[in-house]
Design a protein around this ligand. Structure first.
Ligand code: NAP
Length: 544
C-alpha cells in the first residue's frame, strides 16, 4: 500500500532513480523533511524501467556507481566489468535499504503538476493519486531518458500480437522463444537487445532507419585483481574522474589523429577497438571536432563491420555513413554485427521507404506485408525535456515550463530556469548529463543543490532563482561550445531530431564535466552569481 503523502514538506523530489535517491539522502542529512514521488513500484529509475534482454550499462561498473560513501563502494562487488540491468537494480535496492530511503518515498505515484505561489514562496505539487503537497523546494530528478516514445504508425492498435517498448519492458520478462519477432530501431537499446532476442526467437527481422556506430564492449567477469586495483585508491580515482571531460577515466590520448602516421593511427585505433567500450572515442583529442580525424575513425569502424558481416549488402547497410562517429550516442555491444550472420536474422532498410502501418498480423513496409508474433519498439525517448514539459509546471506569474521551453530548453547551468524559483533540475538540459557518466554528474548536481540550500538556510534566505540575463548567457555558451564540434551535424536525440516538431537545439553541455564542475563551484563560491536570492516573504514585505 502506498501511504498518503504529507501535506507539507521542505522538499518534494520527483523520481527515485540514482538522482532522487541521493538527493533524498543529502537533504535528510541537512535536516529537511522530504517526500519522493516515483511512478514505478520501486527505486532505480532507468534501471527499473529498461529491463529489455541484454540491457547493460556501457560505463564500467567500477565507475558507474555512487562515490559518496566509501564504505558502500568498498563493500559492494560487481560480478562483471559492465554490469547488466538486474545487477544495477539490485545495487539501487541495496543503497535504498542501506540508507533507509523508502520510508520517504511514495511509489506508483506520478507528479502531474507543480505551481509556484510567489506570495508564499512555496510550491504546490499535485499527483495522480490526488496528493497536494506544499513544499519550499521542488527537485526534478526525473532522468534524461524517461519518457519512452513509440512512433505513431497508422494502425498502431490493429496488431493482434504482442508489442513491447524497450524502455517499458514487462517486469516478469518476456518469453520470445519460437516467435517471429520484429525489432524497430537500431540505437543503443536495440543494439544490446538484438543479439539476445536473435538467440531466443524463431526469426528476427530488424527494421533499420539509421545504422549506428558500435564498439565491442569486451565485457568479462570481474577479477579480484581488477577490483582491487580500483578499490585500493578509490577516492583518488573518483576525484580524478570528476575532473575529466566525460566523468570516466579512460586514458584519453591528447594528440590529433592527424599528428601521427597512417600506420600509427591504425595501430592506436586497433588498440582501442581491442580494449573495447566508449574509450574508442578517446583515441585522439579531435575525433569530434575535426571532420578529417573523424573520417579516419569512422572508416576504421566501417571496415570492422565489413569484416564481421558475411553478406556484403547487409554489411554496407549496417555501416553508418550519414553522420560523424560519436555525434550520435556511440553504442557498445556484444556480438551485435555478428548476429546478422545468423540464418534467422534479417535486416530491412527503412531509410528510404518508411514503415507504412501496423496491420493485424504484423506490419507493412515498401508494399510488403510482414507477419510477426511480437513487435519490439526500440524507438527511444523524448529525451531531456520530454518528461519535464509533460508535467504542468507553473512558475512565477503562472508561466508554464512547456511554454517557456517551446523553442528549446533554457536553463542556467542546467540546474535552474528563470521564473521558477526553488525548482532545481538534476542533470537538466544545459548540463553535461547525457554526455557524461550519469552518476558522476548526478552526484555533482545533488551536492551543488544541497550546498545551495544549506547556504540559503545559513543566511536565513528563502528563495533562489536564476536570473534571465545569466540564463541567456549560459544558453548562448552551451550553443557556442556545441557548434565548435561536429555534434550538431547529426540528426540525434541530443538535437531533439527524433521527435517530430521538437525544436532543433543541442541540449546537453559539451564543455566537459571537469570544466563545468569548476564553473558551478566558482559561481557558488562567489555567492551564487547569476542567481537572485530573496528573504522569507514576511521579511520582504516588511522591508518594502
Ligand atoms: P535511440 O538511440 O533514440 O534509438 C531509437 C531507434 O529507433 C533509432 O535507430 C531510430 O532511428 C529508430 N526509430 C525511431 N522512430 C522510428 C521509425 N518511425 N521508424 C524506424 N525507426 C525508428 O533510443 P535507444 O536505443 O533507446 O537509446 C537512447 C539512449 O539511451 C542511448 O543513446 C543512450 O544514451 C541510452 N542507453 C544507454 C545504454 C547503455 O548504457 N548501454 C543502453 C541503452 C540506451 P533514427 O536514428 O533514424 O531516428
Amino acid at each position: 500500500m502506498t501511504q498518503q503523502a504529507p501535506s507539507s514538506v521542505d522538499a518534494v523530489i520527483v523520481g527515485a532513480g540514482f538522482g532522487g535517491m541521493y538527493m533524498l539522502h543529502r537533504l535528510r542529512k541537512l535536516g529537511l523533511s522530504c517526500v519522493v514521488f516515483e511512478s514505478g513500484t520501486g527505486v532505480g529509475g532507468t534501471w527499473y524501467w529498461n529491463r529489455y534482454p541484454g540491457a547493460r550499462c556501457d560505463v564500467e561498473s567500477m565507475q558507474y556507481s555512487y562515490a559518496f560513501d566509501e564504505d558502500l563502494q568498498q563493500s559492494w562487488s560487481w560480478s562483471e566489468l559492465f554490469a547488466g540491468q538486474p545487477e544495477i537494480l539490485r545495487y539501487a535496492n541495496h543503497v535504498a535499504d542501506r540508507l533507509d530511503l523508502r520510508r520517504d518515498m511514495r511509489f506508483e505515484t506520478r507528479v502531474t503538476g507543480a505551481e509556484f505561489d510567489a506570495a508564499a514562496h512555496r510550491w504546490t505539487v499535485r499527483t495522480d493519486r490526488s496528493d497536494v503537497v506544499s513544499a519550499r523546494f521542488c527537485i526534478m530528478a526525473t532522468g534524461c531518458l524517461s519518457t519512452a516514445r513509440k512512433p505513431d504508425f497508422p494502425g498502431m492498435d490493429l496488431f493482434k500480437g504482442q508489442t513491447y517498448h524497450t524502455g517499458h519492458w514487462p517486469h516478469g520478462g518476456v518469453d520470445l522463444s519460437g516467435l517471429r519477432v520484429a525489432v524497430i530501431g537500431t540505437g543503443s537499446s536495440a543494439i544490446q537487445a538484438i543479439p539476445v532476442i536473435a538467440k531466443a526467437a524463431k526469426h528476427l527481422t530488424v527494421f533499420q532507419r539509421t545504422p549506428n556506430f558500435s564498439i565491442p564492449s569486451r565485457n568479462a567477469a570481474m577479477t579480484q585483481e581488477y577490483e582491487h586495483r580500483w578499490k585500493s585508491n578509490y577516492p583518488e580515482q573518483r576525484a580524478a574522474a570528476r575532473m575529466t571531460q566525460s566523468g570516466i577515466l579512460r586514458n584519453p590520448n591528447d594528440f590529433s589523429a592527424l599528428s601521427v602516421s597512417d600506420e600509427e593511427r591504425l595501430a592506436i585505433l586497433e588498440t582501442r577497438w581491442q580494449s573495447g567500450g566508449t574509450s574508442f572515442m578517446a583515441a585522439f583529442n579531435d575525433l569530434v571536432t575535426n571532420q578529417t580525424s573523424n573520417d579516419y575513425a569512422a572508416e576504421f569502424v566501417r571496415d570492422k563491420i565489413r569484416s564481421m558481416v558475411k553478406d556484403p549488402a547487409t554489411a554496407e547497410l549496417l555501416a553508418p555513413k550519414g553522420h560523424p562517429i560519436g555525434t550520435k550516442r556511440i553504442c557498445v555491444d556484444t556480438d551485435y554485427f555478428l548476429t546478422y550472420n545468423r540464418d534467422n536474422v534479417k535486416l530491412v532498410d527503412v531509410s528510404k521507404k518508411p514503415i507504412e502501418a501496423l496491420t493485424e498480423t504484423g506490419l507493412r513496409q515498401a508494399g510488403i506485408d510482414y507477419a510477426f508474433d511480437a513487435i519490439v519498439f526500440a524507438t527511444g525517448f523524448d529525451a531531456m525535456t520530454g518528461t519535464l514539459t509533460r508535467i504542468d509546471i507553473r512558475g512565477r506569474d503562472g508561466e508554464t515550463l512547456a511554454a517557456k521551453w517551446e523553442a528549446g530548453p533554457r536553463t542556467y547551468l542546467g540546474l535552474m530556469t528563470a521564473g521558477f524559483p526553488n525548482l532545481f533540475m538534476i542533470t537538466g538540459p544545459g548540463s553535461p548529463s547525457v554526455l557524461s557518466n550519469m552518476i558522476v554528474s548526478i552526484e555533482q548536481h545533488v551536492d551543488w543543490v544541497t550546498e545551495c540550500i544549506a547556504y540559503l538556510g545559513a543566511r536565513q534566505q528563502d528563495c533562489i532563482e536564476a536570473n534571465r540575463a545569466a540564463e541567456d548567457n549560459w544558453v548562448l555558451h552551451v550553443n557556442e561550445v556545441a557548434y565548435k564540434t561536429l555534434y550538431p551535424s547529426a540528426n540525434s536525440w541530443y538535437m531533439g531530431a527524433n521527435i517530430p516538431g521538437k525544436p532543433r537545439v543541442f541540449m546537453p553541455y559539451i564543455g566537459g564535466v571537469g570544466k563545468y564542475r569548476e564553473t558551478c563551484d566558482r559561481i557558488a563560491a562567489e555567492g551564487y552569481t547569476g542567481f537572485e536570492i530573496s528573504p522569507p516573504v514576511r521579511e520582504a514585505v516588511a522591508a518594502e
